[in-house]
Design a protein around this ligand. Structure first.
Ligand SMILES: NC(=O)c1ccc[n+]([C@@H]2O[C@H](COP(=O)([O-])OP(=O)(O)OC[C@H]3O[C@@H](n4cnc5c(N)ncnc54)[C@H](OP(=O)(O)O)[C@@H]3O)[C@@H](O)[C@H]2O)c1
Ligand SMILES: *[C@@H]1O[C@H](CO)[C@@H](O)[C@H](O)[C@H]1NC(C)=O
Ligand SMILES: *[C@@H]1O[C@H](CO)[C@@H](O)[C@H](O)[C@H]1NC(C)=O
Ligand SMILES: *[C@@H]1O[C@H](CO)[C@@H](O)[C@H](O)[C@H]1NC(C)=O
Length: 321
């Protein structure tokens, strides 16, 4: 391999190193789930994309606390393996797999229908499943695949389960976003795959911005219901998130990550904080950073008029079934 390629982009290498250093600092001193005594027995939790990465460790933590945990995954084999692993590690047999492809509105609706039939309560919903670095691809619903997976599918899922969540109050909705939302923009033609560049994570950045915008609008609509909705940044985490990138970038990510980035277990800490910590009781419409502190998200994520519009457009796009 020709390593000189690394030094052809000194700015990139430098900023990555700097970023890594900052992230490393953030790994220390954050909230410790093991020191949190919150118990979830009698509570039901759903975690999407829970067969690997951050989602698996979120589900594992909930299972340790005695919750009835539903892993919402798209692959039967990967999902079953995770259920088995979590049951073995926690001794909690009340961990189950339900299949859903969050990029498909039909699949989401089928999943929600089943959950509404089977479950009497839903106290915690973690929208964690997402993709990054996908090439241009459209779903059968006429939506851009990345937007459908990261935003519109989870948006529909949340709305369809909302009454159940409200009946279970106090309850919490946690949406895993990313600091990448700061580079995102809002252009509603993006939902249909228009005016998009599929490079440098642009699409991913947009989707993560919409997550926060709609979470905030949802939080506003949920005022007084005992249901909170927050967005969270897990930090930079070594997961399979880079799976759609070229081998070179994956190796580089993992090499740097070995020293600086969070493990999946560490990445799960801020989402778990939002879902179970006493400190987050009653807190809603906030953006929680990777060190579990409340931060202001980017200005676009704080524009209430934009949020109303975004939410309504997403409702229209997902209700045409
Ligand atoms: N890793 C980071 O540095 C980082 C930074 C900021 C934010 N995040 C956020 O953290 C969350 C978790 O990401 P991760 O890093 O743990 O990524 P990951 O290891 O790639 O895991 C993603 C999970 O989402 C699932 N998923 C993807 N598309 C799906 C679909 N259409 N239907 C159902 N499930 C689907 C995957 O299932 P399969 O295994 O079947 O593909 C997998 O379980 C994401 O919201 C991501 O945006 C990650
Ligand atoms: C978070 O919830 C909002 C509101 O329901 C939704 O629009 C958004 O897609 C969700 N985010 C994720 C990551 O699923
Ligand atoms: C895509 O990126 C190119 C080069 O960075 C830029 O000139 C162009 O305006 C972008 N297109 C869109 C639709 O954002
Ligand atoms: C997406 O966000 C990342 C992280 O902030 C940034 O490095 C990248 O340049 C952004 N992409 C675009 C197209 O803005």
């Amino acid at each position: 391999m020709d390593w000189s390629v690394l030094f052809q982009h000194p700015a990139w290498v430098l900023s990555t190193a700097l970023l890594a250093f900052v992230v490393r600092l953030q790994r220390r001193g954050s909230w410790d789930p093991k020191a949190c005594s919150a118990v979830l027995s009698g509570k039901t939790a759903i975690v999407t994309g829970a067969n690997t990465g951050i989602g698996k460790f979120i589900a594992l933590d909930f299972a340790r606390r005695g919750a009835h945990v539903i892993l919402a995954c798209r692959s039967e084999s990967r999902g079953t393996a995770a259920v088995k692993e979590i049951r073995e590690k926690t001794g909690n047999s009340n961990v189950h797999l339900r299949l859903v492809d969050v990029s498909s509105l039909d699949s989401v609706s089928e999943f929600s229908k089943k959950i509404l039939e089977e479950e009497k309560a839903l106290h915690i919903l973690v929208n964690n499943a997402a993709v990054s670095g996908l090439p241009k691809q459209m779903t059968k619903d006429g939506l851009d695949m990345s937007f459908a997976t990261n935003h519109l599918g989870p948006f529909l899922l949340t709305n369809q389960l909302l009454d159940l969540v409200k009946h279970s109050a106090p309850a919490r909705i946690v949406n895993v976003s990313s600091m990448n939302h700061k580079k995102g923009q809002v252009d509603f033609s993006h939902f249909h795959g228009e005016n998009l560049n599929y490079s440098l994570d642009e699409v991913y950045n947009h989707t993560k911005l919409h997550n926060i915008i709609c979470t905030n609008e949802l939080a506003r609509r949920l005022q007084g219901t005992g249901v909170t909705a927050n967005s969270v940044n897990p930090g930079i985490v070594m997961t399979e998130v880079m799976r759609h990138y070229p081998l070179f970038f994956r190796c580089l990510f993992n090499l740097i990550g070995l020293f600086f980035f969070k493990s999946s277990e560490e990445g799960a800490v801020s989402p778990i904080y939002c879902a179970v910590a006493e400190e987050m009781e009653g807190i809603t419409g906030k953006y929680v950073d990777s060190d579990c502190s409340l931060k202001l998200p980017a200005p676009l994520a704080r524009d209430p008029a934009l949020a109303v519009k975004d939410f309504e457009i997403c409702e229209r796009l997902t209700s045409k079934l």
